[in-house]
Design a protein around this ligand. Structure first.
Ligand SMILES: N[C@@H](CCC(=O)N[C@@H](CS)C(=O)NCC(=O)O)C(=O)O
Length: 209
């Protein structure tokens, strides 16, 4: 059984979606980030940077894992799903782009544009431009590829999709990006994605493009 320490955020949803996709038994331990649960010493033992998501695999010697990309790779290895070793290099590139660029940059945009609007023109402008360029790259790539790493759905898609699912927060006009919208909607229709998206709020509905 996997214990998922999480909050209802895109990074948290990566792992609930993956767990639904692979059909592993799991339970969710909720952290209230606003109240500072992530800084409690018990949690820092398994997540040194005080970040969710983190898991403990109770069926594997209580193995603890932090960092969503590492967790996705671990769960792929355990399940044999969504990380085709013959396509490893493509999956790795798009997964790392999500971890190092797509998530952190869109996260900065949310920080300035959604939570601190009007406080920093430079911040809002910079991260709007970066987010727009990320959307343009994804659009171009998905005009030639069904999924991020090629023909098959992989952990690169599972890592990236929850960030695009926050498109109403970054207000970039997802529906104007036809190929990205096609990819987004196709993944949004997957049963595991619908369930994983609602892992903390059973009434949560996936936003339309
Ligand atoms: N690179 C990390 C980022 C995780 C992350 O930024 N988590 C946020 C929520 S989405 C968090 O725990 N924030 C709490 C804090 O910064 O205090 C991952 O992908 O796992």
């Amino acid at each position: 059984m996997i214990e998922l320490f999480s909050s209802d955020t895109p990074n948290g949803k990566k792992i609930s979606i993956m767990l639904e996709e692979i059909g592993f038994e799991y339970k969710v331990t909720k952290l209230d980030l606003g109240k500072g649960d992530q800084f409690k010493p018990e949690f820092k033992k398994i997540s040194p940077f005080s970040k969710i998501p983190t898991i403990i695999d109770h069926s594997n010697n209580k193995q603890a894992i932090f960092e969503s990309g590492a967790i996705l790779i671990y769960l792929s290895d355990r399940s044999g799903k969504f990380y085709d070793k013959e396509n490893k290099l493509n999956i790795d590139q798009w997964l790392m782009a999500q971890m190092g660029l797509i998530g952190p940059m869109i996260g900065q945009y949310h920080y300035f544009y959604r939570f601190n609007k009007g406080l920093s023109e430079v911040g809002e402008k910079r991260y709007f431009e970066v987010t727009k360029s990320i959307y343009e790259v994804l659009e171009g790539h998905l005009s030639k590829n069904k999924y991020l790493a090629g023909d098959h759905y992989s952990i690169a898609d599972i890592a990236t999709w929850p960030w695009v699912a926050r498109h109403e927060w970054h207000d970039i006009g997802l529906k104007n990006y036809q190929n990205l919208s096609r990819w987004y909607s196709e993944i949004a229709d997957r049963e595991a994605v619908i369930k994983g998206y609602a892992f903390m709020d059973k009434n949560a509905l996936i936003p339309k493009p």
